[in-house]
Design a protein around this ligand. Structure first.
Ligand code: AMP
Ligand code: MG
Length: 400
């Protein structure tokens, strides 16, 4: 059985990465992955400008005039750069071009009017309150590399850099199916023995967030012919993500049929939850993930395996941020597997603390209401004591 790291490495190695690209407008580039290095089209700031509302001065002239100058002219945002007249200051606003000849801006709160003149403080320094040209980035400077998934922040930076279109990898076509005779869609009446299907919904949404073109393949019955048909018809997708049917029960057909038709890379990993999880290839370029049926196992294995796979397919890499937090309680367990505990991460007076939540069964979704992080326990660890420092992966940046 593979360790978590071995399984993750096998996935990255086993990727048939994207080659087709398309050029899209910046507005369509959100959550897409760059297929090129993108360079800045302008200096930013594009010209020296004022960081504050106030008065532009030449520090040399200010000293010569004993910190007293009249105001002549004005520079506001959008104006073309003007010129500071000798022995004068100029009214200036935030973002407005610094007039030629000026080398400082004095904020309006720091001056006093005395008749026609302004009295300036004696502390004015060259460069103060000026945003200099190219201070942020320079024309031609590489801003992003291939494989970067573009967030809204990235779109803001690219827009500021004058980039209007970018080359991105085409979206992977990703089919999501659930397997199991017991599954019915929420909204229908449950017959005895049936349960509501929940994995498919979440998997579709998570894959969409990762830039995939998702296709809902519905629920497949626990019937070898149905599973065979599904897998045989899947070779044109880039990814198939199924849930259920991968453990060792008699009805766990997905793994058996996949072994017949596809190329299994692995089907068990030393982790908890999610020990039965299959990965391999169908045909030339379809990556198959057989996630476990238990809802929490399917969520966690998506996070651990499908997420980095999608990023690697797009020539990127995605590593979750790991924080260090102190445990609020003791926890005992049997060593052997790398374990992920659903947990509540909190900031207690500036220190991160983390609490493993009650209800860790991999069928138990209720705990997700409080979960905002996963505690990671290494395979050889037998638990922890209150106060121990733990590795914690935050799942959200919000407290709710
Ligand atoms: P399996 O991996 O098929 O043996 O399923 C393990 C457990 O997860 C069983 O209790 C299933 O009923 C449940 N399960 C499987 N698939 C789903 C699903 N899509 N939504 C909710 N529960 C599921
Ligand atoms: Mg099943």
């Amino acid at each position: 059985m593979l360790s978590l790291e071995e399984a993750q490495a096998a996935i990255i190695e086993g990727m048939v990465t994207a080659s087709e690209t398309e050029t899209v407008d910046l507005a369509q580039a959100h959550l897409r992955y760059l297929a090129e290095t993108v360079n800045a089209c302008v200096d930013n700031p594009a010209f020296d400008n004022s960081a504050m509302d106030g008065y532009a001065v030449s520090t040399e002239q200010l000293v010569a005039a004993n910190f007293r100058l009249p105001v002549v002219g004005e520079s506001s945002a959008g104006d073309a750069p003007g010129t500071l007249l000798p022995e004068s200051s100029m009214r200036i606003f935030t973002g407005a071009p610094l007039p030629a000849g000026a080398d400082a801006v004095v904020i309006q709160e720091d001056i006093k009017f005395d008749g026609e003149d302004i009295v300036f403080p004696h502390t004015v320094q060259p460069g103060q309150n000026i945003r200099t040209r190219g201070q942020d980035f320079r024309l031609g400077e590489p801003l992003y590399n291939t494989g970067r998934r573009l967030s809204a922040y990235d779109i803001a930076l690219l827009a500021a850099a004058g980039v209007s279109r970018v080359s991105v990898f085409r979206r992977p076509r990703l089919l999501v199916v659930a397997t199991g005779d017991e599954l019915v869609a929420p909204g229908s009446l449950l017959k005895p023995g049936q349960i509501y299907e929940s994995n498919r919904q979440a998997t579709l949404l998570m894959a969409e967030q990762l830039g995939a073109d998702v296709i809902d393949g519905g629920t497949v019955r626990d019937d070898p012919d149905a599973v065979r048909e599904l897998l045989q018809n899947s070779v044109d997708y880039d990814f198939v993500v199924s849930s259920g049917g991968v453990s060792v029960g008699e009805y766990d057909l997905v793994k058996q049929v996949f072994a017949e038709i596809g190329d299994i890379n692995f089907w068990k990993v030393r982790i908890k939850p999610g020990k039965p999880v299959a990965f391999g290839r169908l045909g030339e370029h379809c990556h198959f993930f057989g996630l476990p049926g238990n809802p929490v196992s399917s969520l966690v294995t998506f996070f651990l395996f499908v997420r980095p796979a999608l990023s690697a397919w797009h020539h990127g890499s995605m590593t979750p941020l790991v924080l260090s937090a102190s445990a609020t309680t003791d926890y005992r367990r049997h060593a052997g597997r790398t374990e992920f505990l659903r947990a509540r991460l909190e900031n207690v007076e500036g220190n991160l603390s983390v609490t493993p939540l009650p209800g860790q069964g991999s069928h138990m979704l209720g705990t997700l209401r409080q979960t905002n992080a996963l505690i990671r326990l290494e395979h050889d660890v037998e638990g922890f004591a209150a106060g121990d420092r733990l590795s914690v992966i935050p799942l959200t940046t919000d407290i709710s």
